[in-house]
Design a protein around this ligand. Structure first.
Ligand SMILES: Cc1cc2nc3c(=O)[nH]c(=O)nc-3n(C[C@H](O)[C@H](O)[C@H](O)COP(=O)(O)OP(=O)(O)OC[C@H]3O[C@@H](n4cnc5c(N)ncnc54)[C@H](O)[C@@H]3O)c2cc1C
Ligand SMILES: Cc1cc2nc3c(=O)[nH]c(=O)nc-3n(C[C@H](O)[C@H](O)[C@H](O)COP(=O)(O)O)c2cc1C
Length: 763
């Protein structure tokens, strides 16, 4: 085959090598506009896994690359006058220039023609003369733009500014992050050694800080001098250097996240940064480029035709790219939002930094550096006011809200059971909540319990509006308090426009087949075209419902519940006031966020006045309507939380969605946790995170990184009422208490889990 590689970066060169190794008869030319040694940038990082892939593909070039590797195991973080070091991270780095020289050498040795100082104006020029054109022309790929109609690229320019510098100061003991506070804001560096006497030194900051420094107007030289002054105490008198002569001005960039819908067109195929980019903070751009080169070379050998090879290449590599881009997005967003975390204690800040991409879990950190993690866990437990045993997972740390003391951080999230009769909880509820309270969670939250018959969602929903309800709930609360050390929270709500619907397992949110009751909400809006149009509440309605909430809170207090939660989420009555999607009012309760929050806050204040002062109140919100700018977005949720916080709400239970049938949620592991993180770290309010959190590792990492104070699990507790006790046994934690009649089961479980014998503590 006659092959043209457009671009002599890692992708173009390594693809040429990989093809030639598979069939020496290929006639391959690499076109590169620069001279052989002209490369920009400094060092690149390769993981052990990538190196193994390179070694399997071409042991010779891999051996040469290995000879020039700089290795380091530690990550050091300079922050607020402290240097925190953790180990076990295992990176290797190489000078980008050296890597390219080695690949050029290897390519020449294999008989590949390298044409430097040859700028290709259009890939179309090559596609007629060659059987295959690999467009590896980098981040600003002309080919991608020329054939944009076919490749359909999406380029997202990220917020932060960064510049890629080098230095002869040694950073050979650790991959080093330096966070500096200046008069113009925070600015930070990512530094790592890549050969005997040079280190990469990437400087990054927010757009606002960048403007305040006036970097825009600086030459590259002036920029280096300015950065030297900022990071003076870490540079030991060494200079910062730029080798980005090809870039205009001070060489600062915004990272462009690139993804193309298609990677091939006729005989042209995109590779490396031209096809997709991954943010430099996860150090995977070169990995993606070189592994894609190997994969396509394989496909061209195994597949019967070029289109089939392209299809297989695109399919497999896209999955890999999306996986990495997702981790890279978490990581780059962490750096974009870093000012949110700059109040954290150095221990927690470091943990948050290390786990920012969500690829490194809590237990994975233990494998890397047990001593450091145990130190961090001890810091967490101490702060939480734990007793003597400080080496426990964060999920087993106590928590206090007003006078309520929770034994651990796991919450059974509220879940409607649809098993009530005329609003009255039954033996089902006694057994259901009793089991969950025995199962080890620190707090059990009961389902949305409605303040009036017409405020129920379905005929099976529980209520708190009749003496029989109070009696039945008291029986449940007494059992929980008498037989377990869990606390129990009463969630109060009113269904609003989502009322008068069928049982959850029949058809969610569908109107009843008969005997529908009239519904009311903030405005005359129906939940869906199938549901009734709600009646817009009058002031008299508002007074009535407020008084119903107050009466229900008084009953809950008499039952002995430890905490109250107001359900202001998921499109029910109070939520219908908060979101502009359903609040169309023109009076003092509609319009601005302050106005839309007025009625929910009125309810909160009225309830707070009758709820025992020593007991906390939580509010559950939908922090994202998932419909874009027309609805609540996470930034609005911060505004909501500030109003709640000012009113005296003790903790915000941060849920999302279920406010619009048009919502397009982006699901994934812990997918709502970023909203809790944002609220907690921007307002300082305590939060509960919820949503697809199902492993102890998730819970521990959320807590340890300061993304929430409590973690709610719903569906996992339907599948396993004993989720917390089982997690403790699996993790070998002996501190959780089991009900005495179950000791024999507990001891067997610990033995089978390899966690040894638990301490025998009675409830
Ligand atoms: C600040 C920063 C830090 C980074 N750190 C790391 C890291 O630690 N680890 C890592 O793996 N990756 C890192 N990367 C990413 C990495 O540099 C790229 O992902 C990688 O170089 C992609 O290889 P490529 O061959 O696709 O593109 P490039 O390396 O950009 O190569 C493209 C080549 O094509 C040439 N070219 C372009 N247009 C033409 C034309 N019309 N005619 C002829 N030649 C042309 C260019 O001159 C260039 O040599 C970093 C990137 C940045 C910006
Ligand atoms: C069967 C079921 C019933 C639910 N009922 C309620 C409820 O009454 N009140 C509430 O705020 N959330 C309710 N939810 C939402 C959960 O509390 C939780 O926010 C959601 O299920 C996401 O958590 P998970 O991924 O751990 O299941 C319910 C969820 C389920 C699965």
């Amino acid at each position: 085959m006659k092959i043209a590689c457009l671009g002599g970066g890692p992708a173009g060169l390594y693809f040429a090598i990989s093809m030639k190794l598979r069939d020496a008869r290929h006639d391959i030319v690499v076109f590169e506009r620069n001279r052989p040694d002209d490369t920009f940038g400094w060092g690149v990082v390769l993981s052990n896994e990538t190196f193994e892939n390179l070694a399997n593909n071409d042991p010779l070039s891999a051996g040469e690359i290995r000879r020039h590797f700089a290795y380091w195991d530690d990550i050091a973080v300079h922050y607020r006058g402290e240097k925190i070091v953790s180990t076990g991270h295992g990176f290797s780095g190489i000078a980008r220039k050296k890597l390219l020289q080695l690949l050029q050498q290897r390519a020449r040795g294999l008989g590949i023609e390298l044409r430097f100082e040859t700028e290709i104006a259009s890939a179309a020029e090559l596609s007629g003369a060659y059987d295959l054109v690999v467009a590896a022309d980098g981040l600003n790929s002309k080919t991608r733009n020329e054939f944009a109609a076919f490749f359909r690229p999406a380029v997202e320019t990220r917020k932060n500014k960064f510049v890629w510098l080098g230095t002869h100061q040694k950073f050979d003991d650790a991959f080093t992050f330096i966070f500096e506070e200046t008069a113009h804001g925070w600015i930070w560096a990512h530094a790592y050694q890549f050969d005997a006497d040079t280190a990469t030194f990437i400087v990054e900051c927010s757009d606002a800080t960048w403007h305040k420094f006036g970097f825009e107007a600086m030459s590259q030289d002036e920029n280096c001098r300015a950065c030297e002054r900022i990071f003076e105490k870490y540079l030991g008198g060494h200079k910062l250097m730029s080798n980005a002569a090809h870039l205009r001005g001070s060489a600062w960039l915004n990272f462009p996240r690139v993804l193309c819908e298609k990677w091939s067109h006729e005989n042209i195929v995109l590779m490396g940064d031209a096809a997709a980019t991954a943010h430099f903070s996860v150090g995977s751009g070169t990995k993606l480029a070189m592994e894609s080169a190997i994969f396509l070379a394989n496909c061209l050998r195994t597949e019967p035709s070029m289109p089939a090879a392209f299809a297989k290449y695109e399919d497999a590599r896209r999955t890999e790219v999306l996986r990495l881009q997702s981790a890279a997005r978490n990581s780059l967003e962490w750096f974009e939002d870093v000012e949110r975390y700059l109040h954290l204690d150095p221990v927690q800040f470091n943990y948050s930094l290390l786990t920012r991409s969500q690829r490194i879990s809590h237990e994975n950190l233990r494998l890397r550096d047990r001593k450091w993690l145990e130190g961090a866990e001890a810091w967490f437990q101490k702060l939480a006011g734990a007793g003597d045993n400080l080496i426990r997972r964060p999920m087993f740390a106590p928590f206090r809200l007003r006078d309520m003391r929770l034994k651990n951080r796991v919450v059974v999230s509220p879940m409607a059971q649809y098993k009530a009769i005329d609003g009255c909880p039954t033996d089902w509820h006694l057994v259901h909540y009793g089991e969950r309270a025995k199962g080890g969670a620190g707090l059990v939250c009961i389902e949305m319990t409605c303040v009036s018959p017409e405020g129920r969602i379905t005929p099976g929903c529980t209520g708190m509006y009749a003496p029989a309800h109070e009696q039945a709930w008291k029986r449940i609360v007494d059992f929980v308090h008498g037989e377990t050390d869990a606390k129990i929270c009463c969630q109060l709500g009113h269904s609003g426009a989502k009322g008068s619907t069928r049982l959850g397992w029949e058809e969610m949110d569908a109107p009843l087949p008969a005997d529908n009751w009239p519904v009311m909400a903030a405005s005359a809006v129906a939940w869906s075209p199938r549901n009734q149009i709600a009646r817009a509440m009058t002031r008299a309605d508002m007074d009535k419902v407020r008084d119903q909430f107050v009466a229900a809170a008084e009953m809950a207090a008499r039952c002995g519940f430890d905490m109250l939660e107001l359900h202001c989420a998921h499109g029910y009555l109070l939520s219908s006031f908060i979101t502009p999607l359903t609040n169309k009012r023109t009076d003092a309760y509609g319009g601005s966020l302050e106005n839309r929050m007025r009625y929910p806050l009125e309810i909160f204040r009225a309830v707070r006045a009758v709820w025992p002062a020593e007991k906390p109140i939580s509010v559950r919100i939908s922090a994202n309507d998932w419909v874009g700018a027309d609805g609540i977005e996470p930034r609005d949720a911060v505004g909501i939380s500030r109003l709640l916080q000012d009113a005296g709400v003790d903790i915000c239970d941060v849920s999302a969605g279920q406010t619009s049938v048009d919502a397009k949620p982006v699901y994934g592991r812990m997918f709502q946790t970023p909203f809790s993180d944002r609220i907690r770290n921007e307002t300082g309010m305590a939060t509960m995170a919820v949503g697809n959190i199902f492993e102890p590792d998730h819970v521990n990492s959320i807590l340890m990184a300061g993304r929430a104070d409590l973690v709610c699990l719903a569906r996992p507790h339907l599948a396993d009422p004993y989720w917390t006790l089982h997690a403790a046994a699996k993790l070998g934690d002996r501190g959780e208490t089991w009900p005495p009649p179950y000791y024999a089961g507990r001891d067997q479980l610990y033995r089978l889990s390899g966690g040894g014998e638990p301490t025998t503590t009675a409830v």
